[in-house]
Design a protein around this ligand. Structure first.
Ligand SMILES: [Mg+2]
Length: 301
């Protein structure tokens, strides 16, 4: 029966030599050759939480890398190398694990990312993948740089990602982030993983500012039921960023990206995110994104 080392051998054999990873899979650790400021991100996905059990395994592997590439994009960084921790439900076969890794390596190739290491194991529990991506940037775009009066723009369309299955097939906005960073001074940026309202709140908190969003401006994706879905559904993996009014006008006039750009609101002094309806009145939404909760700790004394 094939096991852990067969999978590693298969991956190592499939890996192409890459000058950015002079030492990749097969030693105790990888050695990278980076030019620019290193940027590192890590994100995990688990069966039952981030993907349904019947998800095709290639899409599971794809998503595990894609969410990390989205985080790289949010920093306006170029992803270089990926490290994969794969923990597979023991009831799944070897072919399942291999297909997961194939989905991951296909996306890696598409984004010119080298798989430089990782670990695999099986256990009596749900399949989960933890991926770390190392990238580089000249100057990272943080969440904290928004300025009062900045325009807030989003790429693409929002809402209904999970029910429509888009959360498994989305395009990480790596190239788009670079095109935007080349075309304008991006003051602050975040990728939308937990819903526009929640993630906009994070950008505002990090910047010590507030935002006013226009509900009517929200670009609804196919499968997004309504404005509430566009504002609060998670897993869009689009980019939300803050730029000056003049840069916003230039970007909207001649977008440097093909995925669409929408002005969604404005940064202001204060704290919190206000959504305005078409009549200018504030709207209230009962949920503001998704947050993973812990169970109560067992009582100790
Ligand atoms: Mg993120």
């Amino acid at each position: 029966m094939p096991a852990e080392f067969d999978l590693i051998r298969t991956l190592a054999a499939a890996a192409r030599p890459d000058p950015r990873a002079p030492l990749g899979i097969g030693d105790d650790a990888a050695v990278l050759n980076l030019t620019g400021r290193p940027v590192v991100c890590c994100d995990l996905i688990a069966e039952g939480t981030h993907f349904p059990p019947d998800t095709p395994p290639k899409l599971v592997g794809r998503k595990a890398l894609a969410v990390n590439l989205s985080d790289c994009a949010a920093m306006a960084a170029t992803p270089v190398a990926a490290f994969v921790g794969l923990l597979v439900d023991r009831r799944r076969g070897y072919r399942y694990a291999e297909a997961v890794m194939r989905g991951l390596t296909e996306l890696a190739e598409q984004f010119h990312v080298t798989l430089a290491g990782g670990d695999t194991a099986t256990h009596d529990g749900p399949t989960s993948l933890c991926v770390t991506v190392v990238g580089t940037c000249d100057r990272e775009v943080r969440r904290s740089g928004a300025r009062p009066g900045d325009a807030l723009l989003v790429t693409g369309r929002l809402g209904g990602s999970f029910p429509s299955g888009r959360h498994l097939t989305f395009t990480p906005r790596v190239a788009e982030a670079q095109a935007l960073a080349a075309a304008a001074e991006l003051h602050a940026m975040i990728d939308l993983s937990d819903g526009l309202l929640a993630d906009c709140g994070r950008l505002c908190d990090a910047s010590g500012l507030s935002a006013i969003l226009d509900a009517a401006a929200a670009p609804l994706a196919d499968g997004a039921e309504n404005v509430k879905a566009a504002l609060t559904d998670g897993e869009d993996f689009e980019l939300l960023f803050a730029v000056s009014e003049s840069d916003a006008a230039r970007l909207l006039d001649a977008p440097p990206v093909a995925c669409g750009l929408t002005r969604i609101g404005t940064v202001a002094a204060g704290a919190g995110v206000t959504v305005r309806g078409a009549d200018g009145e504030p709207l209230r939404f009962p949920t503001a994104g998704y947050e993973h909760a812990f169970a109560a700790d067992p009582a100790t004394d």
